[in-house]
Design a protein around this ligand. Structure first.
Ligand code: NZQ
Ligand code: ZN
Length: 389
């Protein structure tokens, strides 16, 4: 553990099968008008909408609704939300959904009282959030992004083929009931699982010190792998769903980044793919990971060493009589077997990408500088090309 850091996570969490019963009491801390925000309607089919409405009613709140938040939420939709939040002078924004709905609510919460256009001001130029913030509460319905306990908001702009992020503020509270994730379709469930794995790896695959954060990361990955197989066998396995939900939250609430550098290049590549294809987040990450990780192992001794540790401690690879590189690659192969077992996209062609998009994707891909290798633009194109089918 070498670095200096501050750890502060202000989100209040309610976890478990009974978690929603805390909502009406929690709502006492906020004003009367609640903007209830959700996605394409899954919450109306699985009963979560009715349960949340009952709590809002119990708390005597006036409710303004905004539905139709799409996966990979767009800046156009954010502008619609800003207008409604302003017109109605809402006191709290309640996100009921997955990462897309929560990210969306953070963007609306931090932009309603900001005069400048949110896309230019926040997402393109990283302007400071110095305006009034509308408090945000979450009822999480899908595990993966960690948005329930972080400040990040990822928004897409289809006019410009860009998907960008900004750090607003953490949700003020989040309600995590694992049973709500029973109805998440398999394609989305595995996308969420790989998103969690990728968040952990983005923070694990960097640095060369002996760091408590890395030991925690290994534990989270091992739990995730076990639970992923259980949930594929039985989508209503409470133990598996609850472990996955909790792992997702801890994967990106700041803990495992403490005291170490982080990489995030897989996310930059995945976002660039999504900017052109609008593909599901977790699948864009799985589609580029193999080519990127092979580049890391081939270019950096530190990376080789860390992949070797990952292979032994997480993927159960025996090191007997093998060179470090061999162990590292065997671990990566084992991880890719697991990814195929889950049914993840293993190439960007399956995400809707083709050769003609590679240059544009490289333009949409920021290059991070704190991982084992700092890519050049040519490297980015090379990784993307190797990620085609
Ligand atoms: O639209 P609804 O009806 O809600 O349906 C959703 C959507 O179609 C469905 N779903 C969610 N809960 C369900 C359910 N279906 C049945 N039963 C349920 N209980 O699943 C689909 C995907 O939902 P979405 O919210 O898009 O998924 P996810 O949670 O993976 O969020 C993805 C977004 O989060 C961003 C991604 O880039 C993407 O835009 N990320 C946010 C991060 C953050 N805030 O820290 C970090 C991540 O790296 C990521 O970039
Ligand atoms: Zn992610």
């Amino acid at each position: 553990m070498l670095g200096n850091f501050t750890f502060h996570n202000p989100t209040k969490l309610y976890f478990g099968e009974e978690a929603l019963s805390n909502l009406s009491k929690e709502l006492e801390h906020y004003g009367n008008k609640v903007m209830l925000v959700y996605g394409g309607g899954s919450i109306k089919r699985n009963g979560i909408y009715d349960a949340v409405k009952a709590e809002l009613q119990k708390a005597g709140k006036e409710v303004v609704e905004l539905g139709g938040v799409m996966p990979n939420p767009t800046i156009d939709k954010v502008r619609e939300g800003i207008q409604l939040a302003k017109e109605e002078a809402v006191d709290l924004i309640l996100a009921v959904g997955g990462g897309s709905t929560i990210d969306y609510c953070k963007a609306v919460a931090g932009s309603t009282y900001q005069d400048a256009d949110p896309w230019e001001y926040y997402f393109c130029n990283w302007g400071e959030m110095n305006c009034r913030w509308i408090p945000v509460g979450c009822v999480l319905t899908m595990a993966g992004t960690g948005s329930e306990m972080d400040s990040c908001s990822v928004i897409s702009n289809h006019h410009e083929n860009r998907k960008k992020f900004y750090y607003f503020r953490n949700p003020d509270f989040s309600i995590l009931n694992p049973t709500y994730t029973f109805t998440v379709p398999q394609y989305q469930t595995v996308a969420g699982i790989y998103d969690i794995m990728s968040h952990i790896l983005e923070q694990y695959l960097s640095g060369n010190d002996d760091n408590t954060s890395d030991y925690i990361a290994e534990g989270l990955m091992r739990s995730l792998i076990v639970s992923s197989r259980q949930v594929l066998a039985n989508p209503e396995d409470y133990e598996a769903r609850s472990n996955i939900m909790w792992t997702a939250t801890w994967a990106l609430n700041g803990l495992i980044a403490c005291g170490k550098p982080t990489d995030w290049m897989v996310h930059m590549l995945g976002q660039a793919v999504a900017a052109y294809t609008d593909a599901t987040h977790g699948h864009t990450l799985s589609a580029v990971s193999g080519a990127y990780y092979r580049l890391l192992i081939s270019r950096s001794k530190d990376a080789e060493k860390k992949f070797c540790r990952l292979a032994e401690n997480v993927w159960g690879i025996s090191s007997d009589g093998k060179a470090e590189k061999e162990i590292a690659v065997e671990g990566l192969d084992r991880m890719e077997d697991w990814m195929r077992e889950l049914g993840l996209a293993m190439n960007i062609t399956d995400c809707g990408a083709d050769d003609s998009m590679l240059e544009g994707m490289a333009d949409a891909c920021p290059i991070t500088e704190s991982g084992y290798v700092v890519l050049t633009r040519e490297d980015v194109i090379d990784v993307l090309r190797k990620s085609l089918k």
